[in-house]
Structures are given as structure tokens and as C-alpha cells.
Design a protein around this ligand. Sequence first.
Ligand code: CP
Length: 299
Amino acid sequence: PDHLLDVDDLSREDLFAVLDRAADYKQALAADEDHGDLAGKTLGMLFQKPSTRTRVSFETGMTQLGGHAVFLGEDDIHLGRGEPLKDTARTLSRYVDCVMARVFDHENCEVLAEYADVPVVNGLTDDAHPCQTLADLLTIREELGGFDDVSVTWIGDGNNVAQSFALGCALAGIDLTVVTPPEHRIDEAVVERAGELGEAPETTTDPEGKIADADVVYTDVWVSMGQEDTRDTRLERFEGFQVNEDLLAGSDARVMHCLPAHRGEEITDSVVESERSIVFDQAENRLHAQKALLATLVE
Ligand code: CP
């Protein structure tokens, strides 16, 4: 692919190649082997929103590949003073070999990709979080040995993370159920797109019977940045959707969360800290998956 704006920019073959390469990079790092696949290359990282995992994993990944990353906060460059995104995209293309962007509006990521002459990677928009999905699939494959006969239940908000994950599950062949309050379903267009790529997820508003047989239960924040003014309404709607010991009773599912976790809201502290939690493996795998993605796009 030229860019990664969402998971469906990858074919199934591309996806598996990235995951295999990520596993190789992970093994090489553990063995302290040097590899300079992106020696002399530079990644521009454009952030409209704060980040811990995305920023640090991309920057560290570039360093480990022999390259370099430049952090571009919105207010540190002319974007914050009104320079059009299309000019920023064309200018950055004259300096860097790839742009990773975390912007609110997905259309802005599309504008960057349209005008940039280098690959553009979506580091989270309001609609999609494909880099998270790559790490999630790598984590599931490590934990369960593959994707065949794997079933995952997503519970909570049908948000950007859920939407990219649904596309990733369809490509990988994972059986996905998405349980959300009626007001927070994943976009119907995403369900349809997943159906074109593979199996569309089952969507429901009732967690009953959707946890016990799942190999993985995945949740994410209920109130993310920019949604604070609807916080009380959202918390009311998500009542009964918290991943806690009661919900998981009788299940031996692993628990996933893309982090940051809001303990006491979508998940309890005891579940995050329990043996079934693989949330920090997901966080680590951002590094390996994105190295593989960058090397694939930039080479
Ligand atoms: N999961 C994730 O994208 O984390 P950050 O917001 O810290 O980058």
C-alpha cells in the first residue's frame, strides 16, 4: 500500500506479511541483533492530540531501525497558525520519508495522504486506529497461536479503535462480536466493509451470553478526549458494560485494552492487574508492528 489510513488499505496478504515482519523484529530486538532497515530515513510525527504509546513507540521504532523521528506538535509548526494541511503535507514531503499523523478529523488524514509524496500513516483519527489493530492482531496471534477458531468480544464503545479492529478481524478471520449500547454501535458502513473483507461482526446491545465463550474480551475508554461535555450521559449509557470480575465470571478469556485505561469506568483495577490481562503486551507490540509497517511502506 502507499498509505495506511485504515486497516483495509492492507490486503490479507499485506497484513500477514506485516505481522510476520513484526514478529521477526521482535525476535531480533530480544536477541540484541542490529538491523538498519531505515538507516538515514526520517519520520515526521504530527500530533493534534496527546499520546504516550503512539509517540514513544514510533520514535523508538525509528531509532531502532537506524532512522530518526521528528515530533511536530500542532502549535510547534505553522499548522496551528493556519497553514493549510495540503501545504504542510507537500512541504513535509520535501524533508521526510514518511508522515505519521494523529488528527481529530479523519478527512484531514485523507488530505495529508492526497497531497503528500511520501507514505502517510494514521496514528489515530476520530474514525480509525489502524496501528493499534496491527499490534492487537500480533498480540492475539502470540497468545492464541493463530486466528482460526478465535473468538473475540468487543464490549463498550463502538469507537475508532473498535472500527479498525473490526476490519482487522475480518481480514484475519477472527470471529468478532461487538456489544455496545444502542447509541454507541460501530458505524454500519464499517460492518458492511468488514463483510466485504471477510466475516462481518455480529453486533448486539446485550452482553448476556457473549462473554463466556470468548477467547478474548476487549474494551476501551468510554469518555475520550473531546467527549468530556457528554461525560455524564455516556457513563449512564455504558452502565452494565464494565469489564469486571462479575462480567468475566466463568470465563477464562484474556482481556485486552488499547490504553490508557480508566480504572473504575470501562474496566476495574483488579482486571487490569489480573493474569488474564494482556494490555501491556498490546502496548509493547505497537513498537514491533509499527516498525514492520514503516519498513514496508518506506522501503
Ligand atoms: N493506544 C494509544 O493509541 O495510546 P496513546 O494515546 O498513548 O498513543
